[in-house]
Write a protein that binds this ligand. Structure first.
Ligand code: SF4
Length: 375
């Protein structure tokens, strides 16, 4: 497969692993957090942890938008979908995320709520055009990568004079979450994780560029290397991180230069800033309330804001106490540290969001990693 196989070459990967082994100092540990769930998935899929030296450890971060969505936002969506006039459009991976008391959008649909799975924001526009008597709400979720399509959707609804379209906005911001992790705001919630650097997200960075990470690297003295999702990308990025640590540097470096620039995608950023503004704070599963980490619609677009249109109110609820998703999302624990992993909690019977989303650490470990424990 041209342009994919080239980044999966086993011999080059082994060479990079040897280079990391040669440069990593045996007297110290290197703990790098991959922020993005796509990286977590790829690490398990390609078995990268097996070829890294024992003292170079990857810590799974909170970069899966489905995993970090708190149960309270799922509860809000369920209450919204149960309104008789509402058609709720969602991406498929949200269907089975548990809200409080184990209820999910899938179970709400089974009880008659009009919930439709869509593949793009434009599908929601089509549904709204075809059903002018329904209130069509799009459940907007994701990091900076998926926000521009939501902005385009709102612009299109405005252009088409659609009065029955709105957005339940759950878009979140990556640098704010990284800031929260580095600042250790979760101390009251069970400790903080020490990281020596970040394998920075790829897709998010195609939109925002590398510049927003510079203040984090400087403030906390931690190197950040933006890396692609292919195995050679990640191995090279890890080598760059090891080198920075060894040289006591803390810079933002860009391994994924074939897709990411320092300034990012200007047009996408403009579209987002036209429509959205930053919330004072937003709740993340595992991280709690994180300042300036979520987006909401600007007042000028209030007619498209489902939270205002339907007077939605958030009630914070506790996560299932037996589920370790919170600690996993903070990098404090791994999937096998949860006693429910692989017993009552599997992708078919998920208890927590980390097992629901394909990018979640528990699902990735279940799919690709669990056999390593057996042998
Ligand atoms: S195994 Fe299931 S219950 Fe345990 S942390 Fe993962 S998702 Fe939560």
């Amino acid at each position: 497969m041209k342009y994919a196989d080239e980044f999966r070459d086993k011999t080059i990967a082994q060479g990079l692993a040897r280079a990391i082994g040669a440069e990593a100092k045996s007297q110290r540990d290197y703990r790098f957090m991959e922020f993005c769930g796509g990286h977590t998935h790829a690490i398990f899929r390609y078995g990268l942890e097996d070829i890294l030296p024992a003292n170079v450890r990857m810590i799974h971060g909170p970069g899966c938008p489905v995993c970090v969505l708190p149960a309270s936002r799922i509860d809000m969506a369920i209450r919204l979908a149960e309104l008789p006039q509402v058609t709720l459009c969602i991406y498929g991976d949200l269907m089975r995320v548990p809200g409080s008391q184990g209820k999910s959008l899938l179970s709400a649909k089974a009880f008659g709520a009009d919930i439709r799975m869509v593949y793009s924001t434009l599908d929601a526009i089509l549904i709204a055009e075809q059903a002018p008597n329904r209130e069509v709400v799009f459940f907007a979720i994701g990091f900076e990568t998926t926000t521009p399509p939501t902005a385009v959707m709102i612009r299109l609804a405005e252009k088409k004079w659609l009065k029955n379209v709105s957005v339940f906005c759950n878009h979140v911001l990556t640098p704010a979450a990284m800031h929260s992790i580095l600042e250790g705001q979760d101390i009251h919630n069970g400790g903080r994780i020490e990281v020596d650097g970040f394998l920075g997200p790829a897709h998010v960075s195609t939109i925002i560029g590398t510049k927003p990470y510079e203040v984090l690297a400087e403030k906390f003295g931690k190197p950040i290397v933006i890396g692609g999702f292919e195995p050679l990308d990640m191995m090279q990025a890890i080598l760059m991180l090891v080198r920075q640590v060894n040289e006591s540097r803390y810079e933002v470096e860009n391994q994924y230069s074939r897709a990411v620039t320092r300034k990012g995608n200007r047009r996408a950023k403009e579209k987002v800033s036209d429509i959205f503004e930053v919330r004072d704070q937003f709740e993340w599963r595992g991280l709690g309330l994180v300042p300036h980490s979520g987006l909401k619609l600007k007042q000028a677009y209030a007619q498209f804001d489902a939270e205002m249109r339907f007077a939605m109110h958030e009630v914070r609820v506790a996560d299932n106490p037996t589920c370790e998703c919170g600690a996993i999302l903070r990098g404090l624990k791994g999937p096998v540290d949860c006693k429910l992993f692989g017993t009552v909690c599997t992708p078919e019977t998920p208890i927590g969001s980390c097992m629901v989303s394909s990018e979640g650490a528990c699902a990735a470990h279940w799919t690709y990693g669990r056999f390593r424990i057996i042998n």
